[in-house]
Design a protein around this ligand. Structure first.
Ligand code: OXD
Ligand code: MN
Length: 623
């Protein structure tokens, strides 16, 4: 096919790009955004190296010392562009009720009218990169294709690590295959002859992260950071995919997926939903502690799961991503040795600090090195010393600083991580960050009770999103910022799964609710967390195998002290009671918050959840 041309700009599409709709869309978008040139990414290593060098030349990347961190780079963003912008994120469905009360909404026509002038000429003076990617193993029946048009080379190279990106996608796409069009611009056009005065162009004033679920389009304006810009992740794999899953009978979830293999060689798979920056990456790469000889935990994914019921009676999950975009601060060889090993080479770091010998550093690394460096360049390019930090409180790394790394760097990568069929899920885990109230672990007695636990999950907010931190907000299924449709309809979709699965004789995964973050009266975490979470995972497996009796509580079945494997950990029964206790007064207050939460979600709220709440209230009253 001949490459279409417009306004003197030749599309120059490679001959292997044969999808008519894609070619027409790229031509339309180029006519709208008016880039100086178009670059068709093929996903090769040579191309990655070339773009990284270009980013070094532009000052966006600093090449790290190859003796310390081979193949790795540091980018530091504009201080206004450091996290997802939830208040600028929109679900533009035709009907407001379909976006629901938890999403920002504007009707599609108004939003298109708002965005049109912003995108008109937005790429002037820049290159438009055409980035084809597959979310999920190429050609898997669970996978979907997206194509991102972006004026950010930083986005293109990050997409190479985070997705299956490149030429092979066009083979799957063929002449008339489906793809999700993802438009992205940093929103900083250059006048003729003008050069960038910053190494992180973005639009400090105007940002829009927009989804049209009915037409499956994503339009992102003004930010170059993370989930705002790497559109395969939160925008496609969660917001757009959740609406696709609802229509097609599957689930797109904010969940890690891990494999656990017992010393006898029996393998289990669990999927776990936790709000952003609550340790999903750590949990997915967990190293079993002392006392667990022969147990193995392997990673399938650290952030997102796409889950489909299968004819063999099980739910199968794939990780749509191919890399990790994880929070760096707090990561060290004690909290996550597999992650630290993954970061040895071929990493893009964003907003961490630079050491004097050309390596990276972030808060938490001192636990490995036995102290903090005497001098660093902080994420904003300023000198940083322990004395400055003491005086000003300045962090060397931004609390939401990130690493981007391909999954194949992970020494604990599961052998089935790239299996197009996915892995069968034995249990779902839901967990928030709660310093009080919610016990260490309970198992739902029924699917309905599990959906209730997930639907009412609360969490103290973190730096992953712009805004106040440490405030408890309801984060149902850890999907609050990521559900692409009405949250109550989403609950119903989960409830419908039970019947769909039962009708066809399926085995439902068990559902557990966890909280690693209970604090004592002195404000200290009581549960050691990290690798020690294996003890909780083992109890779950014992429950799956019918080998732990548990104890009935008003909020599910809890472990008895003697049912947890304690070998290698000094954790007495009093401490156990502190993290597992159910306090009547605290739960009376908690249930008031559930009431308020359900009032907000009243439209289409499944009656079964209200009935479950009434049953919990009754059990609480009887306590
Ligand atoms: C993430 C997030 O980046 O949840 O994974 O914010
Ligand atoms: Mn996430």
């Amino acid at each position: 096919m001949n490459a279409p041309t417009m306004q003197g700009l030749n599309l120059n599409a490679p001959a292997y790009v044969k999808n008519a709709r894609l070619l027409a869309w790229v031509a339309d978008m180029a006519a709208l955004c008016k880039p100086d040139s178009i670059f068709w990414c093929d996903g090769s290593q040579a191309e990655y190296d070339q773009l990284c060098q270009q980013l070094v030349n532009a000052g966006t990347f600093k090449k790290l010392n190859p003796a310390k961190r081979p193949g790795s780079f540091l980018a530091c963003s504009d201080p206004s562009d450091v996290a997802r912008v939830e208040d600028r994120t929109y679900i533009c469905s035709a009907q407001k009720e379909d976006a629901g009360p938890t999403n920002n909404w504007m009707n599609p026509a108004d939003m298109r009218a708002t965005l049109q002038p912003l995108f008109d000429g937005c790429m002037k003076g820049r290159t438009m990169y055409v980035v084809p990617f597959s979310m999920g193993p190429l050609g898997s029946h669970i996978a979907h294709i997206g194509v991102e048009l972006t004026d950010s080379a930083y986005v293109a190279v990050n997409q190479k690590l985070m997705t299956r990106m490149g030429k092979a996608v066009y083979d799957v796409l063929g002449v008339d295959g489906e793809f999700v069009p993802c438009m992205h611009t940093v929103g900083a056009p250059l006048a003729a002859g003008e050069k960038d005065t910053t190494s992180w162009p973005c639009n400090a004033k105007t940002k829009y992260i927009v989804h049209y679920p009915e037409t499956r389009e994503i339009w992102s304006y003004g930010s170059g950071y993370g989930g705002n810009a790497l559109l395969g992740k939160k925008c496609l794999a969660l917001r757009i995919a959740s609406t696709m899953g609802r229509n097609q009978g599957w689930l797109a979830e904010h969940m890690l997926i891990l494999g656990v293999t017992s010393p006898e060689g029996k393998k289990y798979h669990v999927a776990g939903a936790f709000p952003s920056a609550c340790g999903k990456t750590n949990f997915s790469m967990l190293v079993p502690p002392a006392g667990f000889d022969g147990w193995k935990v392997t990673t399938i994914g650290d952030d997102i799961a796409w889950i489909k019921p299968h004819a063999d009676g099980k739910m199968y999950a794939i990780n749509p991503e191919a890399g990790y975009f994880g929070v760096a601060p707090g990561t060290n060889t004690l909290t996550n040795p597999n992650c630290m090993a993954s970061l040895d080479k071929d990493v893009i770091f964003t907003n961490v600090a630079l050491t004097d010998d050309g390596d990276v550093w972030w808060e938490g690394m001192e636990k490995d090195t036995g102290g903090v460096p005497d001098h660093l360049i902080d994420w904003q390019g300023k000198d940083w010393t322990p004395a400055i930090a003491k005086e000003t409180g300045a962090k060397a790394a931004h609390p939401n600083a990130r690493f981007t790394v391909g999954a194949t760097n992970n020494p604990a990568l599961d052998s089935a991580w790239d299996d197009p069929a996915g892995v069968p899920i034995d249990a779902f885990i839901f967990g928030g960050r709660r310093s009080t109230t919610v016990p260490l672990v309970t198992e739902a007695r029924t699917w309905m009770e599990g959906v209730y636990m997930a639907a009412t999950m609360g969490s103290e907010t973190t730096a992953a999103a712009f805004g106040a931190q440490g405030v408890v907000r309801r984060d149902p299924f850890a999907m609050l910022p990521f559900c692409g449709y009405n949250m109550s309809d989403y609950f119903q979709h989960w409830l419908d799964m039970e019947h769909k699965l039962e009708e066809s004789g399926h085995t439902l995964p068990k559902i557990f609710c966890v909280n690693w973050f209970r604090k004592d009266e002195a404000g200290k975490f009581v549960w050691p967390g990290y690798g020690e979470n294996m003890r909780v995972l083992k109890w779950m497996i014992d429950r799956i195998e019918g080998q732990a009796q548990g104890a009935d509580t008003m909020f599910g079945v809890a472990p008895q002290y003697a049912e947890i494997t304690w070998t290698g950990l000094d954790f007495n029964e009093a401490q156990f009671n502190t993290v597992t206790s159910i306090d009547k007064a605290a739960w009376t207050e908690e249930l008031k918050l559930h009431t308020a939460h359900f009032e907000q979600l009243a439209y289409h709220l499944p009656q079964g959840l209200l009935d479950t709440k009434a049953a919990i209230e009754k059990r609480l009253a009887d306590m």
